[in-house]
Design a protein around this ligand. Structure first.
Ligand SMILES: *Cc1c(COP(=O)(O)O)cnc(C)c1O
Length: 422
């Protein structure tokens, strides 16, 4: 159907949305007693209603069983995290044994760099994107210094061209070939947090591998948002957080992927702990480390069950719906949002600009030329939760699990009012 900037068109789109019932699976905050229009699922996903039970179950087991819960809880704690590997592997395009859940994102990237960034005097450089998420920048700089290098000599940033809002794949490939046999590692955000661009992860991975470098991906904005085929692409490693598109709660456990090729090996540099050793001999408390056969070998501590439980609840939802259906709705609802934005822009003779390129997931980043922060504040006060990034960008992520087409229409009306009232 053709889009129209009308309530009836939006409601018709909702009526035909195969995922419409899932909106009711989530808790929405309220502003002035009304359910908000939530565009920040790329920052903190909404709470699934079913999650509380998963957490309560752990609390009850803890109360009633105490230490015995490790083995006798309904979902015993000692292997609780193993339940996540299979559904999570589907979301990221990996084999179940290549995936594990542990720690938090930046911590995991550091731990994976222990294994996959082993610089030598000749091969020590790291390629990343310019203006990477700050945590990633601090991580790369501190890793370079940790290995005794000056970060300025190690980190090679791929830049956007003058006057352009998106990266070009060929600029990544050219830079990889240029750095060539000095390149130790490519580590990039697969979906950029600022402009919402989805990079050509397959082409970049292959280019990195072809010059002998390791390639890893930060998938904070990719997981649960775009199609990923980590195994087939041949990526060496990846990590992601679970609280953005995966709706598993603030600061909750992160996921990692390590290519099959590195599993079951003792010769890999790795920071090790007791939860990475083979289960059948773990409690013999032996001095030697026997790595688990899967990516759990990278686990150090016993799992934080109260952080993992909401992730399991969320994965159940992903298992039910599946990435293909989410991606189909994502494309349609973000196209509708784009349509609405362009209609409003024309109506109010305003000037904002969508800086997200065609290769995108859920998020549209909108550069506000005139209105700026006052407009952002107006939206927030009127129940539209977006986020603000300096210098003048709001990011809008209509998460397909719970956003409706009617939300998009209503947002357009509020936006128009906001611009006209300035
Ligand atoms: C959200 C995000 C992070 C967050 O890191 P934490 O360690 O979970 O605090 C890291 N990298 C990117 C690219 C992100 O978007």
């Amino acid at each position: 159907m053709t889009f129209k900037n009308t309530l009836s068109c939006a409601q018709e789109l909702d009526k035909n949305d195969p995922l419409r019932s899932y909106r009711n699976e989530f808790h929405f905050p309220k502003v002035n007693g009304k359910q908000v229009i939530y565009f920040t699922g790329n920052s903190l996903g909404l709470q699934p209603k079913r999650t509380k039970k998963y957490v309560d179950d752990v609390m009850t087991d803890w109360a009633e069983l105490a230490v015995e819960g490790h083995f006798y809880a309904e979902k015993p704690w000692w292997d609780y995290h193993e339940r996540l590997a299979k559904p999570l592997a589907k979301v990221v395009g990996a084999l179940p044994e290549e995936v594990s859940v542990m720690n938090t994102l930046t911590v995991n990237l550091h731990l994976l760099m222990v294994s996959f960034y082993t610089p030598t005097a000749k091969r020590f450089k790291i390629i990343c994107e310019e203006k990477a998420f700050p945590s990633d920048q601090y991580m790369l700089q501190s890793q370079a210094r940790f290995h005794g290098f000056d970060p300025n000599n190690v980190i090679v940033e791929v830049k956007k061209r003058e006057g352009e809002h998106a990266w070009r794949t060929e600029d990544f490939l050219d830079k990889i070939n240029e750095v060539g046999d000095e390149l130790a590692l490519v580590l990039i955000g697969g979906v950029n947090y600022y402009n919402g661009q989805v990079l050509d992860m397959e082409a970049i991975t292959k280019a990195g591998k072809s010059v002998g470098a390791n390639v890893g991906w930060d998938l904070a904005h990719g997981v649960g948002n775009v199609e990923l085929k980590l195994h087939d692409w041949g990526a060496d490693f990846a990590a992601w957080c679970s609280y953005k598109y995966m709706n598993s709660g603030p600061g909750n456990a992160s996921g990692i992927y390590v290519h099959e090729h590195y599993l079951n090996r003792k010769d890999i540099p790795r920071f090790e702990g007791w939860w990475g050793t083979k289960k059948d001999t773990r409690f013999l408390m032996k001095p030697e480390f026997e790595p688990m056969e899967n990516a759990d070998a990278w686990q150090i501590s016993n799992a934080p069950i109260l952080a993992v439980a909401p992730y399991l609840a969320s994965l159940e939802l992903f298992e039910e719906v599946g990435m293909p259906a989410l991606i189909e709705k994502r494309d349609k609802i973000s196209a509708y949002l784009e349509f609405i934005l362009r209609e409003i822009d024309a109506d109010v003779d305003s000037s904002f600009e969508i800086i997200t390129p065609k290769d995108r997931g859920c998020q549209l980043s909108v550069f506000l030329h005139g209105e700026g922060k006052a407009l952002f504040n107006y939206l927030m006060e009127n129940g539209v939760i977006t986020d603000w990034r300096e210098p003048n960008v709001i990011r809008l992520a209509p998460a397909p699990f719970y956003c409706s087409y009617e939300d998009m229409y209503r947002f357009g009306q509020i936006l128009k009012q906001g611009i006209l009232s300035k």
